[in-house]
Ligand binder design. Structure first.
Ligand SMILES: NC(=O)C1=CN([C@@H]2O[C@H](COP(=O)(O)OP(=O)(O)OC[C@H]3O[C@@H](n4cnc5c(N)ncnc54)[C@H](O)[C@@H]3O)[C@@H](O)[C@H]2O)[C@@H](O)CC1
Ligand SMILES: [K+]
Length: 511
């Protein structure tokens, strides 16, 4: 499933109509009909048979008029409510208006002074604003959106809920609260990210006759992460069968630099998750003072005490030991529970620049990156797999923004950061975004709200490192890791009486 921005959708429309020669009117016909079919599906056996269609002045409105015509023919009562005088409609929407007029479809023209008798209707189709909208709805559009929401009637949105930013998922004030959104041709990026995903309700993508090929040269579209995406576009053997003559050396060796006295559990969780991901061996490099506390907790795990000052904290000098250990191992994951310490930036830089092994950077290691002179000053790791896994707060520090600013454009920011720094960026949170250095991006839909608990991120780090050790490339490992992490979380959540009781360790057990 492809994900597009409004600019990309406009270019796809243009290409389809002007270059391929598919008439715009037939696309609008298919769009309106698809929306009508979803309205009828929603109606099902209920007596929701009186529909009020809010029609805006652009092509989104045109879709609404077509939808009304098909609903009428399916036996529904329909009333078109034009936001502005329908005489101002242009292009295909004007054509649809003329047809509706010739058919005598009942219609009203909105005026804020007049009250709409919502009791006369059982549902609303929102065809006010689509991908042509800019900024917060204004004028009559704002009033209509508020009235629709206040009516309490179920709303089915054409393409996007009016008031939603189609690119970012930002919800303007006001914005339609839809029960269902029928996204036309491709999934609009703003429907994949919160809070947009919430106001969109159930999102259904419908084919409208736009061929499933992108215009030549179009880059930067996204893909929903599914098993099909993993197997197809990403070329991952999701089944990951074990070789009959395989041995532990076949599946790689993860080195983990993690944990400090108050956060030793983070290291344990990450190490255990790496093993559950299927790597052959895992070694945990840790401050020597931790050793007595963790010996035997995960018997499958090897322990390598490195920072020996006895405080249980990491120290800058340990970087050399980690680099030495890595010579005989395949992947380094750094960060979970690492804590902060003097010389931390040089410590991390030594790992970043001193090795060409695949690297996963998480948690405190990300904060060290953010606190330092900036990634731009460091040698790029383009030739080696490098995965950064920030949550929104860590991303904010990395990018010099507030968390709210990060959340306002997760996809855009992740893509810019990944391409600028030549890394694979995993921006965590509901609907995790995986952005590749080459501009591709993926949005993950697996997961469960119960996973919002300490240690979940450490599990993901270990999981991704474990997959890297088995030979997956950075984007493959990040994508499969995020996908499986969410799936395991879903499974773990169902095993609890209440998903609020889910612990990070349960995610590992569910892997
Ligand atoms: N050939 C095509 O281009 C197709 C387009 N389709 C539909 O067309 C939509 C895009 O149509 P348009 O590009 O005409 O644009 P819209 O219908 O989304 O918006 C129409 C107009 O609203 C006004 N507007 C913009 N921002 C506003 C704001 N904040 N407050 C109030 N008014 C505002 C502008 O004058 C804009 O032209 C898609 O979402 C989809 O529903 C479909 O019919 C399929 C084919
Ligand atoms: K709409």
């Amino acid at each position: 499933m492809k994900i597009v921005t409004s600019d990309q959708m406009r270019e796809i429309d243009r290409y389809t109509i002007q270059e391929l020669g598919i008439p715009a009117a037939s696309l609008m016909e298919n769009a309106g009909r698809a929306i009508a079919e979803e309205v009828l599906r929603f109606k099902g056996d209920t007596n929701c048979d009186r529909w009020l269609l809010f029609v805006g002045k652009g092509n989104n409105g045109g879709d609404g008029i077509v939808c009304a015509r098909h609903l009428k023919d399916a036996g529904m009562q329909v009333t078109l409510l034009y936001a502005e005088s329908p005489e101002t409609l242009t292009g295909e929407a004007a054509l649809q208006y003329r047809i509706a007029k010739a058919l005598g479809l009942p219609c009203l023209i909105y005026s804020p002074e007049q009250t709409i008798e919502f009791n006369d209707y059982t549902g609303i189709v929102d065809a006010l604003l689509g991908t042509g909208a800019k900024g917060a709805p204004c004028g009559v559009y704002a009033s209509l959106i508020k009235e629709a929401n206040d009516s309490g009637l179920p709303i089915i949105a054409a393409d996007i809920p009016s008031g939603l930013d189609a690119d970012t998922g930002v919800v303007h004030d006001p914005c339609i609260r839809a029960r269902i959104t029928v996204s036309l041709a491709f999934l609009k990026a703003g429907l994949t990210q919160y809070p947009g995903a919430k106001v969109a309700g159930e999102v259904i993508v419908r084919y409208i006759g736009i061929p499933n090929v992108l215009p030549p040269g179009m880059a930067g579209t996204g893909t929903v992460l599914t098993e099909e995406t993993l197997r197809g576009e990403l070329g991952v053997d999701v089944d990951r069968p074990r070789e009959e003559d395989g041995h532990k050396g076949t599946y790689g060796h993860v080195l983990l630099a993690a944990g400090s006295l108050p956060m030793s559990g983070a290291g344990l969780l990450a190490a255990k998750a790496a093993l559950r991901a299927g790597c052959g061996l895992a070694t945990w490099a840790l401050p020597a003072a931790l050793l007595p506390h963790v010996v035997g907790t995960v018997p499958e795990l090897m322990l390598a005490p490195v920072a020996g000052s006895g405080t249980g904290a990491w120290e800058e000098a340990a970087a050399d030991e980690v680099v030495r250990l890595l010579a005989a191992r395949d992947v380094l994951a750094v960060g979970p529970g690492l804590g902060r310490f003097p010389g931390e930036n040089d410590f991390l830089r030594a790992l970043w620049e001193g090795t060409t092994r695949p690297l996963v950077v998480d948690a405190d290691a990300l904060n060290m990156l953010a606190a330092g002179d900036g990634l731009a000053a460091w040698t790029r790791r383009d030739s080696a797999a490098t995965i950064l896994t920030p949550h929104p707060g860590e991303m904010a520090r990395l990018a010099g923004l507030t968390t709210a600013e990060v959340q306002r454009d997760r996809i855009g920011l992740a893509r810019r950061f990944a391409t600028e720094h030549g890394v694979t960026l995993v921006l965590k949170g509901a609907r995790t975004v995986i952005a590749a250095a080459d501009g591709r991006y993926f949005v993950n839909y697996t997961g469960h709200p119960g996973m919002a608990t300490g240690g979940s991120g450490d599990v993901l780090t270990g999981l991704i490192a474990g997959l890297l050790a088995q030979g997956l490339d950075a984007v493959q490992a990040a994508a499969l890791g995020v996908y499986l992490h969410g799936l395991a979380g879903e499974r773990a959540a169902t095993k609890r009486f209440n998903p609020a009781s889910l612990l990070a360790g349960d995610i590992i057990e569910a892997l």
